[in-house]
Design a protein. Structure first.
Length: 113
């Protein structure tokens, strides 16, 4: 009976030691990731921005009432494609790897649910 107990204890001890070693190694590995403030701002001259008629200042865009929202109330802060709730520049699904002005607008503007 002591052989079964010792074998089980050895396996458990080995598993614990492997877990501790692995967690130590994982802590040393630095996985780079970009934060919103690290992303470049989309330029109005960017090909996608031109195609979507993106502007940094929504007041300068030719907008129409859309989805029950007055044109004057449409900007990137209340668009469903924006990916952050705070900041002057925020990631947008339409411009992967870049940020848009929170006060910006493009013709793909869609009311946030």
């Amino acid at each position: 009976m002591s052989n079964n107990f010792d074998a089980g204890r050895r396996r458990a001890t080995g598993l614990i030691l492997k877990t501790v070693a692995l967690s130590s190694v994982v802590g040393l590995v630095k996985i780079p990731f970009a934060l919103a403030q690290d992303l470049p701002h989309v330029e109005e001259s960017d090909a996608t921005a031109v195609a979507l008629k993106y502007v940094h200042d929504a007041a300068k865009a030719t907008r129409v009432d859309k989805m029950g929202v007055a044109a004057a109330d449409q900007d990137c802060t209340n668009c469903q494609f924006i990916q952050a709730d705070a900041g002057d520049w925020r990631p947008c699904m339409l411009f992967p790897g870049k940020t848009v002005s929170a006060k910006g607008w493009c013709m793909s503007w869609t009311k946030k649910a």
